[in-house]
Write a protein that binds this ligand. Structure first.
Ligand code: T1G
Ligand code: NAD
Length: 701
């Protein structure tokens, strides 16, 4: 039973208990309706309190229920039963009261919350318009402007802010049950009666265009390519311009429509994919040893970011470099990053100092003698990394995990240089490592399950998304980027397509940045170094990134050297045309006998995206990724693929794999033909009328 009903000295308590996050399904709705009916009927009851067991108040509708017809009772039934209850109904919030959970609370007459509670309407992050009265009740409580901002941002607010806005009436106690009952008692004593939110129309005032535009501007970055905001604005306008019932009716229609949208299907796919990717088929979850102390070797671009991510998570970290100037540079880089965060108001000074204090610089690998984890982030050089791992191995305690941040080298070959191959693993962070959420966890042939579980636990501790992948050429993300997306983009450069056109098309598709701008930002030499090592593992037909490698040879490394695919003015990241690029490309095209071609925007988009799909399918067939949805997580959280398209594999499913194969066959002949042979799994699924989602479902354990 998801909802229990008790009476405490004349106050009824409806207690929701549906772990892990009290997501609302039909049983919860039925239980709340029953509680409202009984509270109304029992004369000895003066008020009804709604609270939840476990770590949080209701965190929203059960997303699993949203795919089909929502079973009775409906949200509308529950909400009006609560709102029309003849006795005061109080919601007592703790944890994260989100979406439908907060909507239920807003249909109650009074709300209290624990000091640590957070509340919000995250539906827009799922491409959904709230459908349980939230767009009509929230403006009545906090005013139209704040309501619009909360619905557009989707981010939760804390209890203090919620009180300040009028969303809750009181911040009380740590135990939501005790606090709720106590608040109800005081309300009854003060003679308070029902206070339906629907009747509070004073604050739901019309918003002018400028105010709405202001909110959209504030969230422009997260709204790029999105459409859900349009129906949010429609619903908010209705809250101020029509009566409550009409507003509810419009909300219900728009919300139902949003649930069917491709945007929402994609965003909900990514939501569950991010939770599924932490499971390794055949590997039962088990407790892992806590990582208290870590060592990071190499204080360059990645080492400093990794050290910050560890310190941010409370882990004592030693940062080891090969010489004092390099160490000083690394530590200074860390300090200036934290100071920057303080100046931008993202961190308070004390927290920044505490984190800086957790990172100790050293020139001595011996500091690893009591570490639980060592991560190397030195130059991408096989011999250097092997000798370093061999040196760290005897120093580290027996139980410690020895990890490499390599972008391309074989974990098996690296592990061979140690006596603990079972505890060697790839922890592939993405730049900037303290910001990017993705962590590709690369399992070597002899990596133990315990080491994989410890790495997944570390990912959670670092608030990153850990995805376990196989030890192949470029693992998953880099292989798809280098063999597919970026290689095809470079081929189009050789065919005379301007880099800015390719970037514009891919940014219109939804990427935060096009491939050429990313190349310049990440450092063109980083790619060249990775490819040099990769091509030792397996050959690739020419031309293979010949433009980038030529730029590296010229020292045109991108933003960091002021020149790359584009030219940059010091202090400004805006790309400007690089006059020397065209002649360079013309010479390379002549050398590789590549003729110029007219390429349409549609062709640019398809060539870039379908390459990702084709190689993704090959990776699945080779067993280097467990799920197609894992590949979607890697690309949406590590490579800027638009979440609202669900990732390359989900996107392919939305097109239909038969159509994908048709488009690929159409693109054969555009050059790079060997890359356009349809991978076996993709062909098999397309011919069988199946999807990547089907493939995942068939393998789910
Ligand atoms: N439905 C179903 N399952 C859910 C769920 C939900 N709403 N929220 C979480 N889970 C599962 C999740 O899949 C995982 O399962 C486990 O709970 C723990 O989650 C009518 C239509 C609450 C902040 O968008 O943001 O209400 O993997 O690993 O990091 O207008 O989950 O263990 O099997 O994320 O502590 C609006 C979504 C819905 C909130 C907890 N609500 N959830 O984070 O744990 S739409 C949301 C979250 C709606 C109404 C509309 C987070 C969390 P498993 P977790 P966490
Ligand atoms: P970097 O050149 O910025 O830093 C490497 C650092 O290692 C330098 O500071 C150097 O002094 C130090 N170093 C070299 N030999 C050492 C030794 N024996 N002992 C201690 N320190 C030593 O390089 P980076 O970009 O940070 O890359 C580091 C690793 O991370 C590489 O394997 C790279 O492939 C990988 N990686 C890079 C990126 C990226 O975007 N830059 C992303 C993911 C992974």
């Amino acid at each position: 039973m998801s909802v229990s009903f008790e009476i405490h000295d004349g106050i009824a308590l409806a207690l929701v208990d549906r772990p892990p996050v009290n997501a609302i399904d039909a049983t919860v709705r039925a239980g709340l309706m029953d509680a409202a009916r009984r509270a109304a009927e029992i004369s000895a009851v003066g008020a009804l309190v709604i609270a939840c067991r476990g770590r949080t108040f209701m965190s929203g509708a059960d997303l699993a229920e949203l795919g089909g017809v929502i079973p009775p009772p409906s949200y509308a039934d529950v909400l009006s039963a609560l709102e029309n209850c003849p006795k005061p109904v109080i919601a007592s919030l703790h944890g994260t009261a989100l979406g439908g959970g907060l909507e239920i609370a807003m249909a109650c007459h009074y709300r209290c919350a624990t000091a640590g509670a957070r509340m919000g309407m995250p539906e827009i992050t799922l491409g959904i318009l709230p459908g349980a009265g939230g767009t009509q009740r929230l403006p009545r409580l906090v005013g139209t402007l704040h309501a619009l901002d909360m619905l557009i941002s989707g981010a939760p607010i804390d209890a203090a802010r919620a009180k300040g806005l009028g969303l809750i009436d009181e911040i009380a106690g740590e135990d939501p049950i005790v606090a709720g009952l106590d608040y109800a008692r005081r309300l009854l004593k003060s003679g308070a009666g029902p206070r339906p939110t629907r009747a509070l129309s004073g604050r739901a005032t019309p918003l002018d265009k400028e105010a709405i535009a202001g909110v959209l501007d504030r969230h422009a970055r997260s709204l790029k390519g999105r459409t859900t905001q349009d129906i949010v604005i429609q619903a908010i306008r209705a809250s101020a311009n029509t009566d409550f019932e009409a507003g509810l009716k419009l909300e219900a229609a728009l919300s139902a429509e949003s649930l069917r949208s491709a945007e929402s299907l994609a965003l909900r796919h990514v939501f569950f994919a991010e939770r599924e990717c932490g499971r390794v088929p055949g590997l039962a979850a088990a407790g892992t040893r806590e990582i208290r102390k870590a060592v990071v070797v190499g204080a360059g671009t990645m080492g400093t970011g990794i050290a910050m991510a560890l310190a941010d998570a409370g882990i004592e970290t030693s940062l080891v470099e090969r010489d004092a100037p390099a160490l000083a540079r690394g530590l200074e880089n860390i300090r200036s990053n934290y100071n920057g965060a303080v100046q931008r108001g993202r961190l308070d000074a004390a927290a920044a100092e505490a984190r800086i204090g957790r990172i100790r610089g050293s020139l001595e690998p011996g500091v690893a003698s009591d570490a639980d984890l060592a991560i190397e982030a030195v130059f991408e050089d096989l011999d250097l990394k092997r000798s370093l791992l061999a040196r760290l191995d005897p120093i580290l305690p027996e139980h410690a995990v020895l990890a490499s941040n390599t972008s391309s080298l074989s974990l098996g070959v690296l592990a061979d240089s140690t006596r603990r191959p079972d505890r060697v693993i790839g922890l592939h962070f993405f730049s900037p490592a303290n910001v990017m959420r993705l962590l590709e966890i690369v399992r070597g042939a002899r990596t133990s399950n315990q080491t994989i579980l410890a790495s997944l636990a570390l990912a959670k501790t670092l608030r990153k998304i850990g995805v376990v992948v196989g030890d192949g050429f470029g693992f998953v993300g880099n292989r798809m980027m280098l063999d597919g997306y970026f290689r095809e983009s470079e081929l189009m450069l050789l065919q005379g397509v301007a880099p800015s056109r390719i970037d514009t098309v891919m940014e219109a598709f939804g990427f935060a940045m096009g491939p050429n701008r990313v190349n310049d930002m990440a450092g063109i030499d980083v790619g060249t170094r990775v490819r040099t090592e990769l091509l030792r593992r397996a050959a690739r037909p020419a031309p293979y990134h010949v433009v980038s490698d030529a730029l590296t040879a010229l020292g045109h490394l991108g933003q960091k050297s002021g020149r790359g695919i584009y030219r940059y003015v010091t202090g400004d990241r805006a790309p400007h045309p690089e006059p020397e690029l065209e002649p360079l490309i013309a010479a390379l095209a002549a050398k590789h006998a590549i003729a110029p071609r007219d390429v349409s925007d549609t062709e640019i988009e398809r060539r870039c995206v379908l390459q990702l799909v084709n190689i993704g399918a090959a990776i699945l067939a080779e067993g280097l990724a467990y799920r197609a949805s894992d590949i979607d997580v890697i690309w949406t959280s590590g490579y800027g693929f638009p979440r609202w398209r669900g990732g390359p594999m989900h996107y392919a499913d939305s097109l239909g794999l038969k159509e994908v194969v048709r488009q690929m066959r159409e693109l054969a002949g555009t050059g790079g033909d060997s890359y356009w042979s349809v991978s076996r799994l993709l062909l098999e699924l397309a011919e069988g009328g199946r999807s990547f989602a089907d493939w995942d479902r068939e393998r789910r354990v």
